[in-house]
Design a protein around this ligand. Structure first.
Ligand code: MD3
Ligand code: FE
Length: 196
């Protein structure tokens, strides 16, 4: 379910961005390595009880940020409220997010086609919030070669991915250069998950 510009109501985007800056000061976005040894182009960090990481040992959720050795910054109440209200609008009233994965894209950065399968309960949705520069998002089926739809994700767009779509392949095409009034030459995507 697409909630167009949902994160803009009541100027939530300004608050989201300043809260994000505070989180990124505590646990800075960094490039991570896939189990196969490739470096991802987008930089990542997390807030919440858990955080998603990848390195040569694999994809997983951890309680601590391996970069700082401290717990991930906590999930701000305002983030939790936004994710829960979006999920509820899509019919998911039991959603209790414990992770917010923060992906930071600069021009040229992309994310290859993948499925999100590191969470415990696939009946829980994923809520994504796009901020900054627009990106072309690719959305396929449950097999890698299924036909793909392209969706432009713009600043403030909130999507709820649940039900049959929860395990669909998806990815982000290389970010086009541009300038966004709040974020400059960047796109930041938040994904809220119930991982544990
Ligand atoms: C469809 N992030 O972090 S968000 C990811 O824009 C990820 O940074 C992308 O894919 C980004 O794993 C896409 C939209 C999204 C997130 C999770 C999904 C779409 C999804 C899970 C299942 C199906
Ligand atoms: Fe994903």
């Amino acid at each position: 379910m697409m909630l167009k510009a949902y994160a803009l109501i009541e100027a939530q985007d300004h608050k989201l961005v300043s809260t994000l800056q505070n989180i990124m000061n505590q646990s800075p976005p960094r490039r991570m390595q896939t189990p196969g040894g490739r470096w991802m182009s987008a930089q990542m960090t997390n807030c919440g009880d858990l955080g998603w990481i990848t390195d040569k040992s694999g994809y997983r959720y951890t309680r601590e940020d391996p970069l700082t050795g401290k717990l991930w910054p906590s999930l701000p109440a305002s983030f939790k409220l936004l994710a829960k209200s979006a999920a509820a609008l899509a019919g998911y009233r039991q959603f209790i997010p414990d992770v917010c994965l923060i992906n930071v894209y600069q021009p040229g950065d992309k994310m290859g086609l993948h499925q999100d399968r590191d969470e415990q309960d696939f009946t829980q949705p994923i809520v994504s919030v796009s901020l900054g520069l627009p990106a072309k998002f690719q959305f396929g089926g449950t097999a890698r070669n299924d036909a793909k739809q392209q969706i432009l994700l713009s600043h403030g767009d909130v999507l709820v991915w649940g039900g049959a779509k929860r395990l669909n392949f998806h990815g982000v095409l290389p970010l086009k250069d541009g300038h966004h009034p709040l974020l400059g030459r960047k796109r930041i995507n938040l994904t809220f998950r119930q991982a544990g």
